[in-house]
Write a protein that binds this ligand. Structure first.
Ligand SMILES: O=C(O)CCC(=O)N[C@@H](CCC(=O)O)C(=O)O
Ligand SMILES: [Zn+2]
Length: 361
């Protein structure tokens, strides 16, 4: 294994973005690389497994395998900054890690380009039951590599019944939201929800959780379905350029992430029932024609509700109207490719315990 010497100026994000552009970090194919001489290396191993993929393994026994991923969409900068701060803090010895941790920076070329993706939306390519095996563009090859890293990380941690597996895939939303921070919980195919995980999402400052109604190609769905991980797409505010995110907006989120990393997060202290609204995804609208339009203004917030029978969007000859009182929109985007999801429709869940299935907890 090749080695990389940590110095006080080491910065995980800068290192990842400068790879291939600087002669002092070695060729891009010299993986894995063990990080040496960091203050934290006295009590953990830090190994760069691939560009933007860094595993921390504490020397002492752990019972949790945690994945923190960001930049699955390249222009969603706040999560990248959060993951970078946490990673640098661990290496500098400022955070006493007590879980196995895999940090993943998703779409590196898209970060450099300042765009959501280069050729294709990476967060539609993680299909556990119809896996990509050959790539025809950068996102497809990255999806194949990231899925292999997730497989290896969870499988090498130990059996699912002996470990807690968590994957938090951190994003930001394109438009403003009535809930500044919220999470999308993957479809569980009838398996039970975990109250401790809903409480964790609340602890991360999410005030809404959307329960998916179907299989998808998202990164969090992959970890949930293929590895039984407690997983979610966590939306942390709105897309902003690097440097324009206010760290104060992420104080609670980051405090909870730090607590999770040092095994000090106590989910039973979180009053999620009063802090969090639950939504069921009722419909997923996929764009079918170039003649697709949204029937509301560009600055309409996520979670805006529509009156029954009012027009939400039009796709060629098909009109989508609100089917129940208070049906709400999230992630509307008329500019997606044909066949891709153009928006989700939501119903408010009035009996969260009943819907989540742990009313006796
Ligand atoms: O704001 C938007 O329109 C998109 C924000 C975003 O990237 N959301 C994720 C959600 C993934 C999920 O449904 O779990 C995405 O669209 O990939
Ligand atoms: Zn995103």
């Amino acid at each position: 294994m090749s080695a990389l010497n940590w110095t006080e100026t080491f910065d995980f994000l800068k290192y990842t973005l400068s790879e291939g552009e600087s002669s002092d970090i070695g060729p891009a194919d010299s993986y894995p690389k063990s990080i040496q001489s960091a203050p934290a290396c006295a009590h953990l191993e830090a190994t760069l497994l691939a560009p933007g993929v860094l595993q921390f393994t504490p020397n002492q026994a752990t019972d949790t395998d945690l994945i923190l991923s960001c930049a699955v969409h390249g222009n969603e900068t706040a999560p990248i900054e959060i993951c970078n701060r946490l990673t640098n803090a661990i290496l500098a010895g400022d955070l006493n890690l007590r879980v196995r941790l895999l940090v993943m920076i998703g779409n590196i070329p898209a970060i450099k380009a300042g765009t959501r993706f280069i050729d294709e939306n990476l967060n539609r390519l993680f299909k556990p039951d119809a896996r990509l095996t050959e790539a025809t563009n950068p996102e497809q090859s990255r999806a194949i590599a990231l899925m292999a890293e997730v497989d290896r990380f969870f499988e090498s941690g130990g059996e699912l019944n002996e470990r807690r597996r968590i994957h938090l895939d951190l994003h930001t939303a394109i438009r403003g939201s009535k809930h500044q921070k919220f999470a999308v919980h993957p479809f569980l195919h009838g398996k039970p929800y975990q109250e401790r995980f809903i409480a964790l999402l609340s602890g991360l400052d999410c005030t809404a959780v959307l329960l998916s109604h179907e299989a998808t190609g998202t990164f969090s769905y992959f970890s949930s379905k293929a590895h039984g991980a407690e997983a979610a797409t966590v939306e942390l505010g709105k897309v902003m350029p690097f440097g324009e995110n206010n760290p104060m907006d992420y104080l609670l989120t980051e405090t909870t992430l730090r607590a999770l990393l040092i095994q000090q997060f106590d989910w039973q202290q979180v009053n999620w029932r009063s802090a969090l609204q639950l939504f069921q995804v009722s419909r997923s609208v996929h764009k079918q024609t170039e003649d697709f339009s949204l029937n509301f203004a560009d600055d309409t917030f996520n979670f805006t509700q529509f009156e029954t029978d009012s027009l939400i969007c039009q796709d060629g000859d098909t009109a989508y109207t609100a089917q129940a009182p208070g049906e709400a929109i999230v992630f509307p985007n008329a500019n997606v490719a044909i066949g891709q999801r153009a928006l989700l429709l939501l119903q408010t869940v009035t009996e969260p315990d009943q819907r989540l299935g742990f009313s006796d907890a």
